[in-house]
Ligand binder design. Structure first.
Ligand SMILES: [Zn+2]
Ligand SMILES: [Zn+2]
Length: 278
């Protein structure tokens, strides 16, 4: 009797049923291409595969079309096709990576699509922009193009000083560029210094001096050049568990999505390394 359950018990129950309902639906969807091939719906007296899917599982026409379409596109991609057929991954997720899937990268994608949530998959596909291999590139000391954030905000004091220099016939662009270059050099030097004297550690805590230099370089945004989301994680581009060092040359602030992507690709790289050793 539902009325005798505590809130917590009721919540556990709906969560359990909900999760299973989704899973079984995914499995149903996975069988649709075979149903279509055999025209099973005709043999069982349904007007169409759409009626079949609606009456048996409440699926919309659009969901059926998407599934059949995906199955066609995966005909030369066995790993992805298997995920669809055995209902391991939702059509919603598969449809997102379909645009960048090729026979060459499909095995890699099949692994990644199981790990990453939908948002991160969208980011991955956007980054790929039709390319062939999932890759992640973190550029150090990449100078953001000012256009994106709109107008440069120079305060009165700075504007006045620059104007004074300009009046004297001094090239203010050159002055600014020299200052910016010096700043970049100082950051790079600081990173080298820290790195040269860096002890190994098992602590995940990144010391303040290192956090500071990373912030000087990347500000508070994700360090993927095309991404403008706020940074949420300080990612080790050289796996920390292997290096045991918080080397600032290999630290990159990343947004939530790019961090998930970075780790899912790490996993792929590690799996490859393991199979290579075998
Ligand atoms: Zn990380
Ligand atoms: Zn990002």
């Amino acid at each position: 009797m539902p009325s005798t359950l505590t809130d917590n018990q009721l919540y556990q129950k709906v969560k359990f049923y909900g999760k299973n309902a989704l899973l079984w639906r995914q499995k149903f969807i996975g069988l649709l291409p075979e149903v279509q091939k055999r025209r099973l719906y005709e043999k069982k007296h349904f007007g169409s595969i759409f009626e079949f899917a609606f009456k048996l599982a409440g699926l919309s026409e659009q969901q059926v079309r998407t599934t059949l379409n995906l199955e066609k596109r995966f005909s030369d991609k066995p790993a992805l096709k298997a995920l669809l057929e055995n209902g391991e991954v939702s059509v919603n997720k598969l449809v997102r990576i379909q645009a960048i899937a090729t026979p060459q990268n499909e095995e890699e994608l099949a692994r990644v699509v199981k790990i990453l949530p939908r948002n991160a998959l969208e980011t991955l596909v956007r980054d790929e922009n039709g390319g062939s291999k999932p890759k992640i590139e973190i550029k150090s000391l990449h100078v953001q193009d000012f256009g994106h954030d709109g107008v440069l905000q120079l305060n009165e004091k700075v504007t006045k000083k620059l104007l004074e220099l300009q009046k004297k016939g001094i090239d203010v662009n050159k002055v600014l560029l020299e200052l910016l270059n010096r700043r970049e050099r100082e950051i790079a030097d600081e990173k080298e210094t820290i790195s040269a004297n860096l002890p190994t550690t098992t602590s995940r805590y990144v010391p303040a001096r290192i956090q500071k230099v990373v912030r000087q370089e990347h500000g508070n945004k994700c360090s993927i050049p095309t991404c403008h989301k706020p940074a949420e994680h300080l990612h080790h581009t050289q796996t920390f568990a292997l290096s045991n060092r918080h080397d600032p040359r290999y630290l990159a602030p990343l947004c939530k999505e790019h961090h998930l992507i970075a780790h899912s690709i790490n996993v792929v790289v590690q799996e490859k390394r393991e199979t290579a050793v075998l």
